[in-house]
Design a protein around this ligand. Sequence first.
Ligand code: B4P
Length: 191
Amino acid sequence: MLIIGPPGSGKGTQAERVSERLGVVAISTGDIFRANVKGETPLGIEAKKYMDAGDFVPDGVTNKMVRDRLSEGDVENGFLLDGYPRTTAQVDYLDGILANSDEKLDVVLQLTADDEELVSRLLGRAKETGRSDDNEAVIRHRLDLYHEQTEAVVAKYAQRGILAPINGIGAIDEVSDLLMAAIADVASAVR
Ligand code: B4P
C-alpha cells in the first residue's frame, strides 16, 4: 500500500495507525531522511540541503534508499510506503522494484485537504516540534511542489484504478476509520 497526500494531510500520523492495526511495516521516506540528518550521515548531510528548502531530495538518492529499505526482511507481510513516490520518475522506479519481486500494489490511499488547513496544521506543528521545514514560506513551497509534481503521481494511480481518495479533514480517529474502511473494501474485492 501507499499513502499519498500533500504535506500536513496526515500521512505520517495515519501511516503509524494503519501499521499498528494491520501489523504491516510503515516506511516513511521523510522519517528515514530525518534520522539520517540527525545522525549526520553522508545521506543526511546531502538530504538536509533540500529538506530545509522544502525541495524534493533528488530521485536518484531517494530511489536507491527505498530500494535498499524494501530489500529488508520485515516487508514480507506487506508494507505501507508513506511519502514515496512523489514524482512520476519515482513511480516508474517503484514499478521496477515491484516487478522484480513479483509484487503489486493493492491500494493507494490518498488523503485530501485544502491548502489553508494544511498551512495551519503545519504552523501548529512548527510550534511543537520546531521542524526546520515548517515555516510558512517553505510550507507554501512544499505545497506548490505537491501540486506541480505529486498530483501527476495521484493521476497515474487513478488511471490504474487503485486510488482510494479519503477526506483528511476531521478528527484523527475519524480519518483513521475512513482509511480502515477503504482498506477493508479493497481486501474484500481481492478475496
Ligand atoms: P515528510 O516527512 O513526508 O513530511 P510531510 O509531507 O510534512 O508529511 P508528514 O507525514 O510529516 O506530516 P503529517 O501530514 O502526518 O517529508 C519531509 C521532506 O522529506 C520533504 O519535504 C522532502 O524534502 C523529503 N522527502 C520525503 N520523501 C521524499 C521523496 N519521496 N522524494 C523526495 N523527497 C522526499 O502531519 C502534519 C501535522 O498535521 C502534524 O502536526 C499532525 O499532528 C497534524 N494532523 C494530522 N492529521 C490531522 C487531523 N486529522 N486534524 C488535525 N491535525 C492533523
